[in-house]
Design a protein around this ligand. Structure first.
Ligand code: FEO
Length: 396
């Protein structure tokens, strides 16, 4: 990436990680890569907002140098210390030895733990601000969007909200603004990001959105630390965040299964046929062949969740078990489910499924078949899908 101008005096100076495919360890498959956005404001006090992941320091520092000498940076704002944003912090500190650093107290504690340095630190919180010349930066605590240390920084002069993880998308691109890329792809990535990063914090996201709306901030740009800067579609992404964080979802159904000798798969396919016969949208996900990142993204916006597994050694199969452990962290609400599967002699998988995620969804009675479904049993699968879809469709 090269430094890009957002508006007079405000530049994007971060890095593009074109080839990152497994973010957060292996919890998030980033098919379109990742960006680590960092912003430079040229005012009386030259200010850097956030840094980038370790390994991308050179790109960040070169981008800054293309605008200003590093030693001239007076202020560094750390909105969030997760290593994708703070990994380059020690190198930046070395390059800008005179800079004062601002962030939450929790951010300072985290930086010391990760890197043993926090620089010339001033702890800030909501309601506090920092004058950097003709601009004043206002700080807004947003704990758990995405970690306890997180905050947003707002600049009224430019009407920019620097939102760090909030409103992000994992989307490597050499474009800067939301309206420079395909809208559907952008929103697909924003939804995937919400499902895989922020879904567990719905309650906090919702309350912070309300608190921020009460501040009546004029916002022309939302500049997150991942992906594109929002300028044209601000109301679209705000509406989506309000919708997702309120646990709202469409009357559609995800059927997620793992099969051993295809009996459970045969059941899954007939269940989907039953759902479709009611005119309800459904997608069938073999959990061994789809990225859980994509499945979770679909499920974020699906009222019905149906899970299938063959029984293996007295339990559900291991890949769906891993997926359900991942999913239960979402703390979803208001979903409806049932479980199904084939078995040989004991058939514990369906109960195993129910026990694993009964905290986030309610289950209709499950059903199982021995070895291989007969045509009569497949007809029951069809009817189960149809009846479940009818309930989803007719629910208020
Ligand atoms: Fe993009 Fe929570 O870090």
């Amino acid at each position: 990436m090269v430094a890009k101008i957002i508006k007079d005096g405000v530049y994007a100076v971060g890095a593009v990680d074109w080839n990152e495919r497994h973010f957060h360890g292996h919890t998030y498959v980033t098919k379109r890569g990742v960006t680590y956005n960092s912003y430079l404001i040229i005012d009386e006090k030259i200010t850097l907002i956030d840094t980038v992941r370790k390994g991308f320091e050179k790109e960040l520092l070169e981008n800054i140098r293309s605008i200003v000498d590093l030693s001239k940076i007076d202020t560094i704002v750390i909105n969030h210390i997760e290593p994708d944003h703070s990994g380059a912090f020690p190198e930046v500190l070395k390059a800008c030895p005179n800079a004062k650093v601002y962030g939450t107290e929790k951010a300072r504690e985290g930086l010391l733990k990760y890197y043993g340095v926090s620089g010339n630190w001033t702890a800030v919180k909501s309601g506090q601000s920092l004058k950097i010349g003709k601009r004043t930066l206002e700080f807004i605590d947003v704990p758990m969007i995405h970690w306890p240390d997180s905050m947003f920084t707002y600049c009224a002069y430019d009407k920019i909200l620097f939102s760090n993880d909030g409103f992000g998308q994992h989307y490597a691109t050499n474009k800067l603004f939301d309206d420079e890329v395909n809208f559907d792809v952008l929103m697909e990535e924003a939804q995937k990001y919400y499902a895989n990063i922020l879904w567990p914090f719905n309650m906090l996201v919702a309350s912070k959105l309300v608190a921020i709306s009460k501040l009546n901030l004029a916002i022309d740009f939302i500049a997150p630390s991942h992906g594109l800067v929002w300028r044209k579609y601000i109301s679209d992404i705000m509406e989506k965040y309000l919708y997702w964080s309120a646990h709202k979802c469409k009357k559609r159904i995800a059927v997620v299964y793992e099969t051993m000798w295809n009996s459970t798969e045969k059941m899954a396919r007939r269940i989907v046929e039953g759902i479709t016969s009611e005119g309800v949208e459904a997608i069938l996900f073999d959990v061994t062949k789809n990225d859980r990142t994509d499945i979770a993204s679909y499920m974020l916006d699906a009222k019905g969740w149906i899970f299938g597994s063959s029984t293996h050694d007295g339990e559900m199969l291991p890949v769906i078990a891993g997926f359900l452990h991942f999913l239960k962290g979402s703390k979803a609400k208001g979903r409806k489910s049932f479980a199904f599967g084939s078995y040989g002699w004991s058939g514990e998988a369906v109960k195993d499924i129910e026990d694993t995620i009964s905290n986030i969804t309610t289950f209709d009675p499950s059903f199982r078949v021995v070895f291989n479904p007969t045509e009569e049993e497949l007809n029951k699968c069809f009817e189960a899908g149809k009846s479940f879809a009818s309930k989803i469709k007719n629910e208020e």
